[in-house]
Ligand binder design. Structure first.
Ligand SMILES: Nc1ncnc2c1ncn2[C@@H]1O[C@H](COP(=O)(O)OP(=O)(O)OP(=O)(O)O)[C@@H](O)[C@H]1O
Ligand SMILES: [Mg+2]
Length: 393
């Protein structure tokens, strides 16, 4: 899950403060927690506006001598990259220096580098949807979860069809995609967040953007693992959240992609024959560190007369519980017609059954305010020490 990073802007120039606030508004990964014209004002305001990062005009940084003790990272910026000014800013405790005017992508890049130095939130990153066999309902789940997640977060969510050889999300979502994941892999880091958002196809009527699969046999095996991981990370950065529909291949590409992921949704049908491969995959996932709240297991196409109750499935798979998703013909028909079931006004049983999964993915989401932003920089205190009134810079 991507996280919204809260900025506190300190600049004597109100136009620059407004310009940075405008940049942040246009970028779903950012928000401005507060602004101030001076460090004193910042100290007074910050208690009411906890932030993850302080963006401070360089003359203000250079004047302050105790930034190193601030609880949140400081990013300094100035109109020119003069070595002595930059050096003084860094010596005063700034973690990086940007030349103003910077772009949202430039700012995100700098923030990513700062964040890389902080411990990573293990639940941050894309949500991977996996299964041990084909036809289990991965694509149906990924598509409908994306719709529900986007509505819950009130922001656009990316849906990425990484089933590169035989993906089905474009027809399920009823879109003709202008670009595929393979195109993005070829372009590499040249594609910034804005271009990424433009490249994805809109899913009609819902705040979901689809990165389609080229659906050409052999594409998965021909794609370098790290390039794939890079694309997945950049997409997650560009959206409030991202969901990945993955192929049934446990290889180095899957391992690389999972390394970037925050959560796994593992889907298995409620059939005895499916339990052995599912248990094998779950063992490998557990060995790779996937367990607890970061791993959800879904038992799909359950039926009231089923001989295999969900608790028996959970025991056979060695997990505490499974989330049941019933057989639902309406959901299958919706996919056939290129309209996600979750986009309908009245939810079908399939969609209703996804609610516990959604709660597992976004435990504290009560709309935007309690979204994933808080996890951006786990070291940051709620009231930044360096900005708080009790301990001014
Ligand atoms: N709970 C359900 N009730 C009824 N039909 C379902 C359910 N889940 C999935 N289906 C249907 O089962 C078929 C396979 O589902 P889906 O394509 O989502 O699985 P998949 O794991 O992505 O398959 P593949 O391995 O082919 O990519 C589709 O026709 C879908 O509509
Ligand atoms: Mg599929």
């Amino acid at each position: 899950m991507a996280r919204r990073i809260r900025l506190f802007v300190v600049d004597p120039d109100p136009d620059v403060r407004a310009a940075i606030a405008g940049l942040a508004r246009a970028e779903p990964r950012l928000e401005v927690a507060g602004t101030a014209g001076s460090l004193e004002e910042a100290a007074a305001a910050a208690a009411q506006a906890p932030a993850d990062v302080a963006l401070v005009a360089v003359d203000r940084v250079a004047d302050a001598d105790a930034l190193a003790g601030a609880a949140i990272p400081i990013l300094a910026y100035g109109r020119e990259a003069q070595p002595d000014v930059m050096r003084r800013a860094m010596a005063a405790g700034a973690r990086d220096f940007l030349v103003w005017p910077f772009t949202a992508s430039g700012l995100l890049q700098a923030l990513a580098e700062i964040e890389a130095a902080a411990p990573r939130d293990p639940a941050a990153g894309p949500v991977a949807v996996l299964s041990a066999r084909g036809g289990c309902g991965r694509s149906s789940l990924a598509l409908n979860l994306a719709v529900l997640l986007a509505r819950r977060l009130e922001e656009e969510v990316a849906l990425v069809d990484l089933d590169l050889d035989a993906g089905s999300l474009a027809p399920y979502a009823g879109v003709k995609a202008p670009a595929t994941v393979a195109d993005l892999v070829r372009l590499g880091a040249a594609v910034d967040s804005d271009a990424l958002r433009q490249a994805a196809a809109r899913v009609a009527g819902v705040p979901v953007r689809l990165f389609a699969s080229p659906s050409e046999p052999g594409t998965w095996a021909a794609t370098p693992a790290q390039a794939l991981r890079g694309v997945v990370e950049r997409i997650d950065m560009a959206f409030a959240a991202s969901l990945l529909d993955l192929p049934v291949v446990f290889d180095e590409r899957l391992a690389a992609v999972l390394d970037a992921c925050g959560r796994v949704v593992f889907v298995t049908p409620a059939e005895v024959a499916a339990l052995v491969p599912a248990a094998r995959w779950l063992r490998r996932l557990t060995e790779a560190g996937w367990s607890g709240e970061r791993l959800s297991v879904v038992c799909n196409r359950t039926h009231p007369e089923m001989k295999l109750p969900p608790q028996a499935v959970a025991e056979a798979l060695g997990v505490a519980h499974v989330i049941q998703v019933p057989f639902d013909e309406a959901a299958a028909l919706a996919a056939q017609n290129g309209q996600p079931a979750a986009a309908r006004r009245s939810p079908t049983p399939f969609v209703r059954a996804l609610e516990p999964l959604l709660r597992a993915l976004v435990p504290q989401a009560e709309g935007r305010a309690a979204g994933p932003a808080r996890a951006a920089l786990p070291q940051a205190a709620d009231v930044p020490r360096g900005l708080g009134p009790a301990l001014p810079w």
